[in-house]
Design a protein around this ligand. Structure first.
Ligand code: PCA
Length: 216
């Protein structure tokens, strides 16, 4: 059976959890569209994410790779369409690094485009009652770096690849507010979706993306 690799990120920015890690854990071992889902974690660490990602792609040899990450302050599922060749961190990563204005790959192209069926993914999410939108910028932090690097690594293997940004989980915002830690991120609004809805969204993203695979 073909394997599909998905990754979430460990918590960062002082948060206790990351919905993308919960999604990777929830879907790990599931079978979707005739493929076995392998859910793993990436470190929020600019010095380490690339090697971990490459090792996972080597180990799993997936027919499809999709990264997931949190976008604080986002209010819906965001289908990223581009990774750009820029690391410019507003906050330090979990190892304390904050590269500024730095190319991810000095010899790489300025941008790489997602190879997921973005329009079909958006349509399927909306059909299921889950708010979703396209995004032309995954930022300039670890999620963008992961998408950019993954697109390079996956192109060489002919593997479709893309990235999905998620809002805060509602449960996460409630916990922060319980602990007296709101407002979050310097903002008064902390939009969120229930984790159950985001797990369902990830399943739909995988179903639609895996549907076109020759091995599925
Ligand atoms: N979100 C960050 C990195 C890790 C995560 O979950 C980002 O948007 O770059």
């Amino acid at each position: 059976m073909a394997s599909v690799l998905i990754t979430g990120f460990e918590p960062y920015a002082g948060l206790a959890s990351n919905p993308s890690a919960e999604i990777a854990a929830a879907l790990d071992g599931m079978e979707i569209s005739g493929c076995k889902i392998v859910g793993r974690l990436l470190p929020v660490d600019f010095a380490r994410y690339h090697d971990r990602l490459k090792a996972l792609l080597d180990e799993v040899a997936p027919a499809l790779y999709i990264g997931f990450g949190l976008a604080m302050g986002e209010d819906m599922i965001r289908i990223e369409r581009f990774g750009v060749n820029l690391a410019d961190f507003d906050i330090p990563d979990n190892a304390g690094a904050s590269p500024r204005g730095r190319a991810i790959e000095p010899e790489g192209p300025d941008a790489r485009a997602s190879t997921l069926p973005s329009a079909a993914i958006r349509a399927a999410l909306l059909e299921a009652g889950i708010p979703a939108r396209f995004s032309n910028s995954a930022g300039s932090y670890l999620c963008n770096a992961t998408l950019y690097s993954a697109l390079g690594l996956c192109a060489a293997r002919g593997t479709p690849c893309g990235f999905i940004h998620l809002p805060y989980a509602s449960e996460q915002v409630a916990a922060l507010l319980r602990e007296g830690n709101g407002p979050l991120n310097g903002e008064s609004a902390a939009p969120s979706l229930p984790i159950e809805m985001m797990v369902a969204a990830a399943e739909i993203v995988l179903q639609v993306s895996a549907a076109g695979l020759p091995t599925a």
